[in-house]
Ligand binder design. Structure first.
Ligand code: ZN
Length: 285
């Protein structure tokens, strides 16, 4: 292939290659085609490396871009909305990472982003939700209760505005929500985010409140890298602790024993402390 094509290119660059085409053309042509092979091999190797990296860091890369996207979406809001991304806050037992906080006259939006593909099953009260992707099932923590935890922590840090926190859970466009959840829980797809935020039209916070809230957020948010690393480590530890607890038949929320129950949709595991504690799980593994 290469040679004929390059011949035309050389003709096109007539001025440069006019001299010595007879003598040098074969040389140039051979040289370029051997370069072509090297280039092709390099491209194959490069793509193989990219494929390996994607395999290993898939979740992290998807997470990164998913978050970027919400950041981009939120940048479409006007100056009435003050946006904070990736906010790490102190808690009694460590730290919490909040994807986005939007402070506005209409309330304080606390946004949790979930970048899951496939079918998502869950209900507002269940401890875990399920992701079904190509027939394989994975569990995820209930994002509604997870975000309520964030809001509880924020209410402690920003007292006096307890009634104006609004939770929003955003799933990426790749997720198909098979949930039967009331609208009030604000579990939405990414393209609905801006209209959801704008749908709150009642002004509930004054300019003074807003600047007070913003300066509080700026005060308490943790921005140094060491603390961020520490947060990741603790989160891993915490999720392992919960997992072990469930494996041993102990409720990770209240410490009571887990019992097998039968409900509308078949059998499941639940906390013996029900209805005080609403912990449930499909399996104990
Ligand atoms: Zn319990």
């Amino acid at each position: 292939m290469g040679c004929h094509h390059r011949w035309q290119l050389l003709n096109y660059n007539n001025n440069l290659y006019r001299f010595g085409i007879d003598n040098n053309f074969t040389y140039i042509c051979n040289k370029t085609s051997s370069m072509g092979i090297t280039l092709q091999i390099s491209i194959v190797i490069f793509m193989a490396i990219v494929a390996i990296i994607l395999r290993i860091y898939h979740a992290r890369i998807i997470g990164y871009w998913g978050e970027k996207k919400t950041v981009t979406l939120l940048s479409f809001l006007n100056e009435k909305y003050k946006v904070y991304n990736d906010v790490l806050i102190p808690r009694s037992n460590g730290t919490s990472q909040i994807d986005h906080i939007v402070v506005s006259p209409y309330g304080i939006f606390v946004i949790e982003t979930k970048n899951y593909k496939g079918w998502i099953f869950g209900s507002p009260n269940s401890y875990k939700w399920t992701q079904n992707i190509y027939g394989k099932k994975y569990e995820l923590y209930n994002p509604i209760t997870h975000n309520i935890g964030h809001i509880t922590a924020l209410k402690r840090l920003i007292p006096g505005h307890e009634d104006y926190f609004i939770s929003i859970i955003v799933f990426s466009m790749h997720a198909s929500l098979k949930t039967n959840i009331d609208k009030e829980y604000n579990v939405i797809k990414s393209w609905e985010l801006i209209s959801k935020i704008r749908s709150y039209k009642k002004e509930v916070l004054l300019e003074n409140d807003i600047s007070e809230i913003c300066s509080k957020i700026e005060q308490f948010r943790i921005i140094d890298k060491e603390s961020k690393k520490e947060h990741v480590r603790r989160t891993k530890e915490e999720s392992n602790r919960k997992k072990h607890s469930v494996q041993n038949g102990i409720c990770p929320i209240c410490g009571a024993t887990i019992v097998r129950r039968t409900g509308k949709y078949g059998s499941f595991y639940g906390c013996s402390n029900y209805p005080k504690c609403k912990f449930t799980a499909k399996t104990l593994s």
